[in-house]
Design a protein around this ligand. Structure first.
Ligand code: DGT
Length: 138
């Protein structure tokens, strides 16, 4: 058992849907995981609910006003004494057109294409479940 309590960083991300596709952004240089393709989002700040944090992050990163939908998945990933817990929310409706304000590039991809992209390990671990969540409801 570890003597030191781990530090957990709570993160929220949005699964923005357009038809069968989902939006991913390439993380900018100078940040951790630079060049990797992520779902837009970021850390929950103090005194924010996960939904408030996601609305703020999507405004800052994409310039959209999002309507946060259902919580679809949760994942955790640790490195050393630190870990992240990521909550994935479905985003079906928003105002504005997503722009790469923060990312190097944005792409709408088919869920299966996520397998071919360089994505964070925290997402890779649960990619089958992410893809399953992104299938259209029959
Ligand atoms: P950092 O990590 O200190 O460079 O800070 P930021 O501001 O670049 O990171 P931020 O606010 O995007 O925080 C999200 C953290 O979660 C970051 O360490 C990367 C990690 N992460 C893993 N998978 C994802 C994902 O799909 N989307 C986002 N936004 N972050 C992810």
């Amino acid at each position: 058992m570890s003597l030191k309590r781990p530090t957990w960083i709570p993160v929220v991300t949005g699964l923005l849907r357009k038809g069968s596709k989902v939006l991913v952004g390439q993380r900018p240089a100078g940040h951790s995981l630079a060049g990797q393709w992520e779902f837009p989002g970021g850390k929950i700040e103090r005194n924010e609910t996960p939904e408030q944090a996601l609305v703020r992050e999507l405004q800052e990163e994409l310039g959209i006003n999002a309507d946060v939908g259902q919580l679809k998945l949760a994942s955790s990933h640790s490195f050393g004494d630190t870990g992240i817990v990521i909550l994935f929310y479905e985003i079906l409706f928003w105002k504005g057109e997503p722009k790469a304000v923060h990312h190097m590039e944005l792409r709408w991809v088919e869920p299966q294409e996520l397998k071919t992209l360089h994505i964070p390990e925290a997402n890779r671990k649960i990619l089958d479940r992410i893809i399953e969540q992104l299938q259209p409801v029959p």
